[in-house]
Design a binder for this molecule. Structure first.
Ligand code: CU
Length: 132
């Protein structure tokens, strides 16, 4: 270590390195938080809400979900009632979903896929598979 640098270190009050460390830690945390936020904004496939449909209060939410081809959509029953997820053309069919259960379907082809709950025919949803 050069004499100039060790002189500076001697001159610095003892609390200084701790403060510097705290500041560095804060900057690092902010960077990590910002970085994480940015990556979720950019990611289409890993996004935790983009390909998710909640079933709650006798409704599919969102009722219409638009995804890109190749996306796996996950339905989660957050309701106290049992429900199903069944496509109008029966290309996908969940079977009974009780509270907390999930159903997944991968949408390869573009198009508009309507589905409903077999127990509650008024519960309807649509998955739009599109490149836009
Ligand atoms: Cu239902």
């Amino acid at each position: 270590m050069s004499p100039a640098v060790s002189n500076i270190l001697k001159v610095m009050p003892t609390t200084r390195p701790r403060f510097t460390f705290a500041l560095l830690a804060a900057v690092l945390l902010a960077t990590v938080a910002f970085g994480a936020k940015k990556s979720t904004d950019k990611s289409d496939k890993e996004d935790d809400k983009g390909d998710q449909v909640s079933i709650k209060d006798m409704k599919f939410s969102p009722a219409t979900l638009t995804v890109k081809p190749g996306t796996t959509v996950t339905w989660t029953n957050k309701d106290d009632h049992d429900h199903t997820v069944v496509a109008s053309d029966e290309t996908f069919k969940s079977g009974n979903l009780s509270h907390g259960e999930t159903f997944e379907h991968k949408f390869e082809k573009k198009g508009k896929f309507q589905y409903a709950c077999t127990y509650h025919p008024r519960m309807k949803g649509t998955i739009v598979v599109s490149d836009d």
